[in-house]
Design a binder for this molecule. Structure first.
Ligand code: OSB
Ligand code: MG
Length: 374
């Protein structure tokens, strides 16, 4: 594939309701959209990628403006150099960007845009490229921290009425045992799990063990990103399966976490791990080790939600992911909205990773844009 130019856009999507986690309250999703104008076999084709980085570096070290900067300053020039020397393919983007340390979400967005262009040029759906045969994936929902337990019960009941098959509650110190107990008592049989986004320390072990009473599917990332050994220690004293999100940034860190007993389950977010291809490698590592995986999210728009659904069609994705309908976060999406049907999200059949965004929606939500020649 030959890239002609790249347009980086800062896009600000209002959320249907504030989304509160242990690290922040978001009322809008600020994201970087990557548009790659390319040619393949004489054909002009456009590819799109969405960067998972949030506006602030509070979930991980990356943030949207930083992703924009590193893409322009360091990532694109490397791909431009490769093009001059020979050929570029989506499968080699990761290797070419490897010398740049970290910045996985920025790399993931660029790789996704190149892969989208490449698959669109070939007329191949992403699921076909992955070898996925499932045509739909079960839909779960991530429920933010609420102002009160009655409000939480209302919100959860609403999602269950929409058909979501699994509820994930965000927790933090002061919002954990009581809200989880309330939801479990209201819905004794609902698949339920919690996500702390690194809000606790090992000193909280005795308190966290109280969550073992609620038959949770898993507890996600209770401790800090770099605390692999401490997650292993906590896993030893809890019966609730330990799941890692922030700590798993690559297939290598997944292998380490599994070997240490720090992860019985892994949340795979394509953006966090540097892209869909590394996400697939983590899936292979986990599957070989007998560790279940599920697909997490970063409030994706239609530019990435369908690709997540396709990835989650791989056989090791045995737990429902945070792949909800577009309406979970957005009244108006950038593409045809993803909908929940009987508790499932359909795996897309169009060529590439996403639909071309709606020009009006994109224009309405774009804050700034930069066109870069490659
Ligand atoms: O920890 O999984 C997380 C959103 C932003 C940052 C981190 C996380 C989340 C979610 C929502 O839980 C996932 C989604 O539905 O996109
Ligand atoms: Mg998480």
């Amino acid at each position: 594939i030959q890239i002609d130019h790249v347009t980086l856009r800062e896009v600000r999507m209002p959320l249907v309701a504030p989304f509160t986690t242990s690290f922040s309250t978001q009322t809008a999703r600020t994201l970087i959209a990557v548009e790659v104008a390319a040619r393949m076999g004489g054909r002009e084709v456009t590819g799109w990628g969405e960067c998972g980085a949030l506006a602030e570096p509070v979930y991980s070290e990356e943030y949207a403006a930083g992703a924009m900067d590193v893409t322009e300053r360091f990532l694109l020039p490397r791909l431009a150099q490769v093009q001059r020397d020979g050929s570029l393919t989506a499968e080699t983007v990761g290797e070419h960007l490897e010398p740049v340390v970290g910045h996985r979400m920025a790399k993931a967005a660029l790789e996704a845009a190149v892969l989208d262009a490449q698959l669109k040029a070939a007329g191949t759906p992403f699921a076909t490229y992955l070898g996925v045969t499932r045509d739909r994936v079960p839909s779960g929902v991530s429920v933010g921290i609420q102002d009160s337990i009655p409000q939480l019960l209302d919100v959860v009941a609403g999602y269950l009425a929409e058909g979501y098959q699994r509820i994930k509650l965000k927790i933090q110190p002061g919002w954990d045992v009581d809200p989880v107990r309330a939801v479990r008592e209201a819905h004794p049989d609902v698949p339920l799990q919690v996500d702390a986004n690194a809000a606790y320390t090992l000193v909280d072990s005795a308190h966290l063990r109280r969550l073992d009473a609620f038959e949770l599917l898993l507890i996600e990332q209770p401790l800090a990103e770099h605390d692999l050994r401490q997650h292993a220690a906590l896993a030893q004293v809890m019966t609730t399966p330990m799941c890692l999100d922030e700590s798993v940034v690559s297939a290598a860190s997944a292998a380490d976490a599994i070997a240490m007993g720090a992860a019985a389950v892994i949340n795979i977010k394509p953006s966090r791990v540097g892209g869909y291809l590394e996400a697939r490698r983590i899936h292979e590592v986990a599957r070989a080790a007998g560790v279940a995986v599920w697909c997490g999210g970063m409030l994706e728009t239609g530019l990435a939600r369908g690709a997540n659904a396709a990835l989650a069609g791989l056989p090791g994705f045995t737990l429902p992911g945070d792949i909800s309908a577009s309406s979970r976060f957005y009244d108006r999406d950038l593409t045809t909205p993803y909908v929940i049907e009987d508790g499932y999200i359909r795996v897309p059949e169009f060529a590439g990773l996403c639909e071309e965004p709606d020009a009006d929606a994109l224009a309405d939500f774009t804050v700034s844009e930069r066109r870069l020649d490659v």
